[in-house]
Design a protein around this ligand. Structure first.
Ligand code: NZQ
Ligand code: ZN
Length: 389
């Protein structure tokens, strides 16, 4: 167990009909909000009206800033910063999935920063202050509702970069599972993949020899998520399964699971972000394309860990460690296919030629440098990408 400091300053309010309480929590942070949301789902499913009534009920003024798109753009965040400054808002309210919350974080930090907000993503500037952020989560997957992470894309350079900073943790996040009943099965599949990989990045990369708390935490939650998805596929309106997954996704990437682990990194996210910057592809789909290839490339370095994953998550008991590790990778890939998430560039209709592989490798190397991941070379990156074709 390595030393660690863990501080998660987000109040979680979880349950049916809790969204109507958002005005009460906002009132603790000011009387004028920038209300950030996406491309309209909150209007069609009624969440918008509940939020607006709750804000009005507490006399909170709000400036709407809609239009955040999936894989959110830094250009849109920059406009949001201008609006927030011009309107002199006191806090940000984000209502949506990870994309909306991530962009709201950029606005919250950019509000106080004179330079280009993209500097934070390139790691050439550090956040010193941010506006308070409150969220209503409508799509569980990323953990953004209870962490300091944010990921944005620059449409001009096709780069998609992300980072974590303590100033970006939301103050309050409301999680009402009933609003997730409407999420299409296709996107639910991407979301469960994302949450599982959040749990497994540290699991597969850490350099400790005995970490039972963190390993059982990850295995238990991955098994739970697999169970939830089976129930959701049977009945997309299963409240218990949706609620259980919602909390599991938050727990997957809020820092608890990796606390005390040494030498961890997020190589699958490294690759998936670069794919997300170059192609119009959901984050979870990018992950399920990368993960089987990355596992096949890497399992020999930590065969014992991959065999343990196979045994404790998929119940694979036969054979030596090598055989179990490979059977575990196969079972995980088959699960992605079963739930409808792509496992190759071909599955996702992405055209990749040699030139494109080179370009992707350049960007992976650049982000690896920003994230201080040293073990990948151009050759190994291209080899991994080729395993995903
Ligand atoms: O645009 P709106 O109207 O909000 O519609 C969204 C969007 O089209 C829709 N949606 C949201 N709630 C819904 C709903 N549809 C039906 N019913 C509901 N209740 O779903 C679509 C996808 O939403 P999005 O916010 O893009 O999805 P997600 O939460 O998966 O976020 C993905 C983004 O988060 C980043 C990803 O890279 C990606 O850019 N990540 C953020 C992380 C973090 N902050 O820690 C970590 C993750 O690894 C990830 O990288
Ligand atoms: Zn992710």
């Amino acid at each position: 167990m390595k030393d660690f400091t863990l501080c998660i300053p987000t109040k979680i309010v979880f349950g049916k009909n809790k969204i109507s309480e958002i005005g009460k929590y906002c009132a603790e942070y000011g009387n004028k909000a920038l209300f950030v949301y996406g491309q309209g789902s909150i209007k069609s499913n009624g969440i918008y009206d509940i939020v607006v009534n709750s804000l009005k009920g507490k006399g909170i003024e709000f400036i709407e800033y809609p239009g955040v798109r999936p894989n959110p753009l830094v250009s849109h965040a920059k406009k949001g910063i201008e609006v927030a400054r011009k309107e002199k808002v006191g806090f940000i309210l984000a209502v949506g999935g990870g994309s909306v919350i991530d962009e709201a974080k950029a606005i919250a930090a950019g509000f106080f920063y004179e330079g280009d907000v993209w500097d934070f993503y390139k790691n050439t500037a550090k956040i010193k202050a941010a506006l308070p952020l409150l969220t209503v989560l409508t799509l569980p997957a990323t953990g953004s509702e209870m962490n300091g992470g944010t990921v944005l894309s620059d449409e001009n350079t096709k780069k998609k970069f992300g980072f974590i900073n303590k100033h970006l943790c939301p103050k309050v996040s409301i999680l009402d599972p009933s609003v997730t009943l409407s999420i299409p099965l296709e996107y639910t599949a991407y979301s469960v993949v994302d949450a599982c990989i959040h749990l497994l990045e540290g699991y597969f990369t850490h350099d400790d020899t005995w970490s039972p708390i963190q390993e059982r935490y990850a295995e238990g939650l991955v098994r739970t998520i697999i169970e939830c998805m089976a129930k959701i596929m049977e009945n997309p309106k299963n409240y218990e399964a949706r609620a259980t997954f919602m909390w599991a996704a938050t727990l997957a990437w809020n820092g608890i699971g990796s606390a005390g682990l040494g030498g961890i990194s997020s190589p699958n996210h490294l690759f998936a972000h670069i794919l997300g910057g170059h192609y119009d592809i959901a984050h979870g789909a990018a992950l399920s394309i990368i993960v089987p290839g990355w596992m096949k490339y890497k399992y020999r370095e930590k065969t014992h860990r991959f065999a343990m994953f196979a045994e404790n998550v998929f119940g694979i008991k036969n054979g030596d460690e090598n055989k179990k590790a490979l059977a575990g990778i196969d079972a995980f890939e088959k699960w992605f296919i079963q739930i409808g998430s792509p496992v190759s560039f071909r599955d996702a209709n992405l055209s990749i030629d040699e030139l494109k592989l080179d370009e992707l490798a350049d960007d992976v190397l650049e982000l690896a440098d920003i994230w201080d991941i040293k073990e990948y070379t151009r050759e190994s990156i291209i080899d991994i990408l080729k395993l995903c074709l």
